[in-house]
Design a protein around this ligand. Sequence first.
Ligand code: V47
Length: 379
Amino acid sequence: MQEPRARHSFQTDDKTLLPIADKVMAGERLSFDDGVALYRTGDILAVGWLANWVREKLHGNLTYFNVNRHINPTNVCVASCRLCAFGLKKGEAGTYTMALEEAWQTAASGYSEAVTEFHIVGGLHPDLPFEYFLDLVRGLKERFPKVHIKAFTMVEVAFLAKRAKLSIEDTLKRMKEAGVDSMPGGGAEIFADRVRHIICDHKIDGGEWLETARKAHKLGLRSNATTLYGHVENDEDRVDHILRLRAVQDDTGGFQTFIPLSFHPENTALEHIPKTTGMMDLRQIAVGRLLLDNFAHVKSYWQMVSPKLAQLSLRFGADDIDGTVIEEKIYHEAGATTPQGMRRADLVRLITEAGREPFERDTLYRAVTRSEDTFTVAV
Ligand code: V47
């Protein structure tokens, strides 16, 4: 592990950052007001320096990535979230729902590099029974017993529970029995009601998202946590979101990674909103790293912020750039111009050229060693 650089090398012209820097160096928790100050300062390099200091203290030079594949079984969705360009109403042109066999074939297709994770999320389909999703997972486990299944957001779990007339706990238990190993962090967006009413008023509210996460963690399912920024939220909403995640993490310790997602407006009902800028993307990573003192990892998802900015973010607090993905659909419907997937070697190059040391991980951050088409996880 690399020794973090010393306190005296921190420099800023913004005096409001000095007490914050002192707290960070002393390992003290930052407050709501500190969070707002980090968003408001013009000295983004100072914020990045501090976040990088924390990142190096936790992970040295290592940067985590994985070899994964996304599977989106359906884009039919009863919700009409203004933020989304992926979901369509049943019967609309362009909808699809994979037959189970098709979903299993999708899992098998792609590069020769053996994936270590299937990331499964989809629309809230009005008719697909809970059994479809359980069978999907069971079938994947039978066919790919070594691959970790990271499946279903808190929003999907709450929806499936209602449809199956089960409690959230029983729904999660049955998913776990079927083979779900952990859960992705989607659907969190911004927890503040005011914002949620505008961008995703058909989804569970922020409190329900957090409660579902809490229940999953209590059952031993680890999850990630996202935030969606760059739409109608303000600095206070961003800080509130992050601190509500921090509070749940204090209780459960079940979150692995915080993932800020930049809003892509194209083809959504919020198309008039301009795209996020590089500065905003870097700041979101850095502030997340500084406020979330109880999260081990902060991910800069290259699909969202572009491979170039993901590289830069490895000096602004991020220690993870996600994975090969292979076939991204959600942001590409919303105008993302990044490739839909990358090869393992491309990720290694991005990380190495940023002066960082690539570390192939499985979903639970254990080391993966591989030959071309097989892998072993260190346990
Ligand atoms: O929750 C939807 C976002 C999320 C748009 O856990 C949009 O490892 C931008 O959560 N513009 C799903 N974002 C993706 C997600 C995720 C991705 C990568 C890794 C992990 C993980 C989780 O995508 C949704 C929503 O916040 N989203 N539409 C859009 N137009």
